[in-house]
Write a protein of this length. Structure first.
Ligand SMILES: Nc1ncnc2c1ncn2[C@@H]1O[C@H](COP(=O)(O)OP(=O)(O)OP(=O)(O)O)[C@@H](O)[C@H]1O
Length: 296
């Protein structure tokens, strides 16, 4: 597997507090990867370490085979769109493009101008006067026109209304279809991830709980509902992700590659949101096993 990001026992500490601890992760190339997890899981910290904005306190990280932010050439290969889609409020849209051209050796000015025109952004408008959605689009334009091999987006759509969100994600999907680009996108909005991501990683408390291509993950997970049954009475090939019991009834989310024929169970497929919630539901700190990988 060719990876765009690989980390071993990666950690970042602020004073005595670990923001990310012993994080081991491999992110494959050629995908639009959704990174999801509860507040405080360490997603932003991981993405900032990957883009070279933070230095690790412990462990190793390599992005596109190099040290994040290690050289100007390495910086040019990775684009980053931050949570608050920052822009220089006093600079106009056109000035942002000129700055991008000056700072980035692989800058695609034609693409930047074409996107700005298509989005209806006024080149003379100061970024501070743009709406949140327009600012996010400007940030995405700057990230794409850099022509990175890897584009990292940290909750880029969190503050956008549904229409602006859809337009932003549409622009991102078009760009990934047109250019060879790996994308890692963190978001709490699983329905958005479901639309654009073909690979999912659930991070809880710095640990990868599950990672894999979304269609394979969905094919391998099922909800079983039926008469109460203890987990040790499930077949060995059924890995329990989450369990709920009443006096009479059990509901499991299981991962299995084998068909489920037990007539006692009502078997239903999961949505991506159900799957994410099942993994987020696990007591994170207690679960220190190797993550599940569902891959080709
Ligand atoms: N600059 C900092 N100083 C101290 N602690 C920090 C700092 N940045 C992050 N943390 C802590 O590190 C942990 C991980 O934070 P991080 O922002 O990486 O999580 P996240 O998964 O992105 O969360 P969210 O989904 O809420 O954005 C949190 O407990 C947070 O409080």
């Amino acid at each position: 597997m060719t990876t765009v990001l690989t980390a071993q026992a990666l950690g970042k500490r602020y004073g005595r507090r670990w923001a990310l601890r012993e994080c081991t992760i491999d992110i494959p190339a050629g995908h639009v990867v959704g990174l999801v997890g509860p507040n405080g899981a360490g997603k932003t910290t991981l993405l900032k370490l990957a883009s070279g904005q933070l230095e690790p306190t412990a462990g190793d990280i390599a992005v596109l085979g190099g040290r994040p932010g290690g050289t100007p050439a390495q910086l040019a290969r990775v684009g980053f769109v931050a949570q608050d889609t920052p822009a220089y409020a006093g600079l106009t849209v056109a000035e942002h493009l000129r700055l991008g051209a000056r700072l980035n050796p692989r800058w695609d000015d034609g693409m930047a101008r074409e996107r700005v025109a298509r989005l209806g952004l006024d080149p003379a408008q100061r970024a501070g006067k743009l709406s949140g959605g327009q600012r996010a689009q400007l940030a995405l334009t700057l990230g794409l026109a850099k022509r990175p091999e890897l584009l990292i987006l940290d909750e880029p759509v969190a503050s956008l209304d549904p229409l602006a969100r859809r337009e932003f994600l549409q622009g991102l999907m078009e760009a990934t279809a047109e250019h060879e680009l790996s994308v890692v996108l963190s978001s709490h909005l699983v329905s958005d991830l479901e639309r654009i991501c073909d690979y999912l990683i659930v991070l809880v408390d710095s640990r990868v709980q599950v990672a894999g291509e979304t269609d394979r993950l969905l094919a391998a997970h099922h909800r079983l509902t039926g008469p109460r049954r203890d987990p040790d009475r499930l077949p060995a090939g059924q890995h329990v992700v989450s369990a709920r019991h009443t006096d009479r009834q059990s509901t499991y989310v299981v991962r299995t590659d084998a068909p489920i024929h037990d007539p006692a169970w009502t078997v239903t497929r999961l949505s991506l949101e159900d799957l994410v919630l099942a993994y987020m539901d696990k007591p994170a700190a207690a679960d220190r096993r190797a993550p599940l990988e569902v891959q080709r």
